[in-house]
Write a new protein. Sequence first.
Length: 115
Amino acid sequence: MSQSKLSCTGPLWRWTASNGVSWHFITIDGDAGEEMSVTEAMRRLELGRKRGFRSLKVEATIGETTWQTSCFPNTSNDTSPGGDSDGWLLPIKAQVRKAEGIAEGDAAHVELELL
C-alpha cells in the first residue's frame, strides 16, 4: 500500500472531558482532510473492515519533532475550533507541545505521512 504525505496548518485547541481531563488537537481539514477521508474509505473497502473509530495511523512532524499516532475523523457537533464536524483530529501530546513551544491557540504547521 502506498504512503501519502500531507500537510496542514491550524490552531492548537483543547478539548476537556466531563471528568476534567484535557487533550490537545489540531484539526486536519481542507485538501489534507479530504485525502485522509478518501484513504480511510479505500482501506476499509480493501480490508473489508474498519480500524477502531475509523482511525488512520500517521507519522506526524511539527518543527523538529516527529512521532507516530492515530488521527480520528471529527464527529463533533460543537463550534469550538476544529469542532465543525469536518476534517480529522490529530492529538498533540504534551511532549510535542513542550519541545516545539506551542500552546493552545497557536498555529502549527503539521507534516503527515499516512502509514
